[in-house]
Design a protein around this ligand. Structure first.
Ligand SMILES: Cc1cc2nc3c(=O)[nH]c(=O)nc-3n(C[C@H](O)[C@H](O)[C@H](O)COP(=O)(O)OP(=O)(O)OC[C@H]3O[C@@H](n4cnc5c(N)ncnc54)[C@H](O)[C@@H]3O)c2cc1C
Ligand code: FES
Length: 508
């Protein structure tokens, strides 16, 4: 429950005004803050999430944490620490004092005053190598240093730039509303300050788990104490016959998004192949640039398999209302210069084509290294692979999810980051099972869909509210059990659904 107002929290608030679990918005020395009561304890922390400034006053209190309504980052009320991604940086914290029947927010606490040290086991790895430079890799390196690990950390990335905000590649960056400067997850100085060695433009080409050595593309060998594999996924390549000067793009990297962006400058029309999340987000961003967009997809209703027929039909209508033309139940048979021929026989004119037909986990390295594989790299609850001392996180990892009771692999930004964080702690010997409930979001114009849980299969999808009003929650059930919840404009409900699923355990 949120209570708002321009309250000066330093001036003191009557205890009676602070209900258990309520979030009071106010100001401390001109800075926006929230005040929360948990039993006999009172906490004052910064009001804006450090991910994308989500309003924490509209979030959820769980134990001594506060969760962001936008993408579910979780902060400690006691220390302000960003406990769970996607936020990586702490929020401010103030000292709070109770005098007589009032609660007063006092001075801001400095970082050392509020730091909680992590009790690491005596023996830590001699060095840590991370294969990958994306969501899971950065979150892992960050957590290693936060936990106080002082040994060498080397991140080897096939990317040509340091870790960046990949979800934005199809959204605001492509639409032109997020400048390049917003894209890096960390500044160049961050890696220097934390002694994280970044090896860019370089692939890990082989793992020798018996000798604890990896080989790099340039022939070098790197010994590791512990290894994290975080190589993500590669776009599925469609074998479409091409002739003339056809311009075809995939979208996974910063370089891919920049190339599409460059193509938009002189383009009037584009074909997007694939009507799932990335394809539709690309369509929305290209429409924002005034480009005519045709979406071609094999499915008859976009996203029907994941989100169900109702949300799929709603999204189709939404995109059509913004000028997107759909060609569903078919694919592309041939591209000749600017002419795109569909399998149904129609031809479209397009300055370029974007292929967004799914991804495959980048597991060749692990396969060749002899690790156990099952449509992903198999890991245990600590995210450790079948090779002791080798961990895996993110799009490549298939882990035992204690909530849905299956071994699952997902392609979600927040899950990859949280697995990176959990793997880092386990590489240091903390032995904490990974138990986060999967979460992702997707943005289409001004409509954002939040999704918690995992529903590879479900029996029913029940809508509370209406899609037309853009205010609803869809609950997916298998038998009696809620396996996932998708929401539009109901962020608090999404957080509550996540919390409810966290407390549900189904043995594998
Ligand atoms: C355009 C786009 C939009 C998206 N939008 C959303 C969204 O809105 N919400 C959401 O939840 N998810 C979204 N996703 C998915 C999300 O980005 C991924 O789930 C997430 O990035 C996975 O993180 P990861 O660390 O596993 O892999 P990645 O972030 O892909 O990182 C993999 C890294 O490994 C490197 N690499 C690969 N092979 C090697 C090798 N052999 N040696 C060294 N380095 C290697 C790559 O260069 C890269 O740096 C989106 C993805 C894309 C492409
Ligand atoms: S803005 Fe808070 S998690 Fe994204």
């Amino acid at each position: 429950m949120e209570q708002s107002g321009d309250i000066d929290l330093k001036a003191g608030l009557a205890l009676a005004q602070l209900a258990e679990g309520a979030i009071i918005s106010g100001r401390v020395d001109g800075e926006e803050a929230v005040l929360v009561r948990r039993g006999k304890d009172y906490f004052a922390v910064g009001a804006a999430c450090t991910h994308y400034h989500g309003p924490l006053a509209k979030g959820l209190i769980v134990g001594n944490t506060i969760r962001c309504p936008l993408h579910h980052a979780c902060f400690s009320l006691r220390t302000g620490e960003a406990l769970h991604a996607p936020a990586l940086d702490p929020i401010a914290c103030w000292r709070v004092e109770v005098a007589l029947d009032k609660v007063f927010v006092r001075e801001k606490l400095s970082a050392p005053q509020r730091a909680e040290s992590v009790a690491l086991p005596a023996k830590s790895p001699a060095s840590i190598v991370i294969a990958g430079g994306g969501a899971a890799a950065l979150a892992a390196a960050d957590m290693l240093r936060r936990c106080g690990y002082s040994g060498p950390v080397t991140m080897v990335s096939a990317d040509d730039v340091p870790p960046y905000d990949r979800p934005n590649l199809s959204k605001d960056f492509l639409a032109g509303t997020a400048p390049e400067e917003w894209m890096p997850l960390r500044s160049a100085q961050y890696y220097v300050d934390r002694k994280i060695e970044l090896v860019l433009n370089q692939r890990v080409t082989a793992i020798d788990a018996a000798r604890s050595v990896v080989s790099l593309g340039d022939g070098r060998q790197l010994a590791y104490g512990t290894l994290l594999l975080a190589t993500g996924a590669d776009p599925v390549r469609l074998q479409i016959p091409l002739s003339g000067a056809a311009r075809i793009f995939y979208l996974r990297t910063f370089a891919d998004s920049r190339a599409i962006l460059a193509a938009t400058e002189s383009a009037r029309a584009a074909v997007v192949v694939g009507a799932s999340f990335i394809g539709l987000e690309v369509a929305a961003s290209l429409r924002a640039r005034g480009i005519d967009v045709h979406v071609v997809g094999l499915e008859h209703v976009p996203l029907e398999r994941v989100m169900g027929r109702d949300i799929g039909a709603f999204l189709r209508n939404l995109h059509e209302s913004r000028g997107v033309t759909f060609h569903l139940g078919q694919s592309v048979s041939h591209v000749d210069g600017k002419q795109v021929t569909l399998t149904g026989g129609a031809t479209l004119q397009a300055d370029f084509v974007v292929l967004g037909v799914g991804v495959r986990p980048a597991i060749t390295l692990a396969e060749q290294g002899g690790l156990a594989i099952d449509r992903g790299i198999l890991v245990n609850e600590y995210l450790e692979t079948s090779a002791p001392g080798v961990f895996a996180a993110g799009d490549i990892a298939r882990w035992p999810d204690p909530h849905c009771g299956d071994r699952i692999r997902v392609e979600h930004w927040v899950v990859a980051q949280r697995q990176g964080q959990a793997a880092a702690r386990n590489m240091l010997g903390l032995r904490e099972p990974f138990a986060a409930v999967p979460f992702f979001w997707s943005q289409h114009y001004d409509v954002v869909i939040n999704y918690v849980g995992h529903a590879e299969k479900y029996d029913t999808a029940t809508i509370d509210g209406t899609l037309e009003s853009r205010d609803c929650a869809v609950t997916y059930r298998r038998g009696e059990r809620t396996v996932a919840v998708a929401t539009i404009s109901r962020d608090l409900q999404s957080l509550q659904a996540e919390r409810a699923m966290e407390t549900t355990v189904n043995p594998i």
